[in-house]
Design a protein around this ligand. Structure first.
Ligand code: PHE
Length: 340
């Protein structure tokens, strides 16, 4: 019996496991349910009583040697298997998430496209602005409430005040300072106001402001431009109405409403039964603003307008909580995958 065990040990040692096939042959031959090791254990009962203990130990050792060789051969074969052998074609594949443009990007791009078509260029400027470009050049008197800490995030107070811009009109000041009319440009960008964050207000939002300066620009040009814009954005049926308003940098100034696209101006809860939705502010550029920016107000006139991108997105997509736009919740953002 002992010499038989030695012979099997030698056989195990010399068995060449070179691939998965021979690995399986080895397993069946030595460790299978009818394999050699099992048989040997079966023969244990023929061994005389006083030798049982010793032979039993030898058999246990035989089994361990046989199993060790199987396991280590298995490991080396698996780690050296080529990638192609390792690929499990029956596994479900990884699903690639399709990205989406942010709704504000979609709306901003649409607004830019509409104005591009009638010759407006795009101008950008810094988000950190000085008092001159954000306020003074725009005819804000020193005591104007918009300069108050309530509305503006100041970075530096004192002689030369530095703040986060509260509107992109600051970009228009820069354009007027650096170029000669005719000027036809829009300035999209992020703006900041010191407001408590809620569904209806946020400490930052996005604007697109427009500026047109040339000889003989009139209020009628402004109205027609805005009517074109409203129809392009909301459809051919869209109508606009202008209500008198006030901005320090425009005179006269107006607030513009578009006919409610949700109820076709019949009255609903979005337009609060009025049939109209407020979308932007506008007016004729105040001559003192033109002069402050080095443009001769006797020769030139112009109009300006400004709108909130979130507001337009709210009307287009019926998203009523402003906070959703900056929370990056994929459940919200995923809904815009159909956008371009
Ligand atoms: N700058 C104004 C705002 O932020 C919008 C505006 C722009 C109004 C141009 C009139 C003309 O509210």
């Amino acid at each position: 019996m002992k010499s038989k065990i030695d012979a099997i040990l030698a056989e195990i040692e010399s068995f060449n496991i070179k691939d998965l096939k021979s690995l399986e042959e080895y397993r069946i031959h030595f460790l299978g349910s009818k394999g050699i090791v099992k048989n040997m254990f079966g023969e244990l009962k023929t061994v005389p009583g006083e030798q049982k203990r010793e032979v039993g130990q030898l058999l246990n050792n035989l089994r361990i040697v046989a199993e060790d060789k199987l396991n280590s051969a298995k490991e080396t074969l698996e780690s050296s298997a080529s990638d192609a052998e390792k690929i499990d074609l029956s596994r479900p594949g990884d699903v690639d998430e399709i990205g989406a443009h942010h709704p504000l990007s979609l709306v901003r791009r649409e607004i830019i496209d509409i104005f591009n078509r009638i010759g407006y260029t795009v101008s950008e400027g810094p988000e950190i602005e000085d008092d001159w470009h954000n306020f003074s050049a725009l005819n804000f008197p020193p005591e104007h409430p918009a300069r108050d800490m309530q509305d503006t995030f100041f970075i530096e107070k004192g002689e030369k005040e530095i703040a986060l811009r509260t509107h992109t009109s600051s970009v228009q000041v820069r354009v007027m300072e650096n170029s000669k009319p005719p000027i036809r440009t829009i300035s999209p960008g992020r703006v900041y106001r010191n407001e408590a964050i809620s569904a209806r207000a946020h400490c930052f939002f996005h604007q697109v402001e427009g500026l047109y300066i040339d000889k003989n620009v009139s209020f009628a040009d402004l109205k027609q431009t805005l009517l074109y814009f409203a129809k392009e954005l909301f459809g051919e049926k869209a109508q606009i109405r202008l209500r008198p308003s006030y901005f320090p940098f425009t005179e006269p100034s107006a607030e513009v409403d578009v006919s409610c696209t949700i109820c076709n101006a019949k009255g609903c809860n979005v337009c609060k039964n009025s049939g109209w939705l407020e979308i932007l502010g506008c007016g004729m550029v105040d001559p003192s603003v033109l002069e402050a920016c080095g443009i001769d107000s006797k020769e030139y006139s112009g109009f300006a307008f400004g709108m909130g991108v979130e507001r337009i997105a709210q009307l287009k997509y019926k998203v009523n909580d402003l906070r959703l736009y900056s929370e990056n919740d994929v459940r919200f953002l995923k809904q815009f995958t159909a956008g371009f």
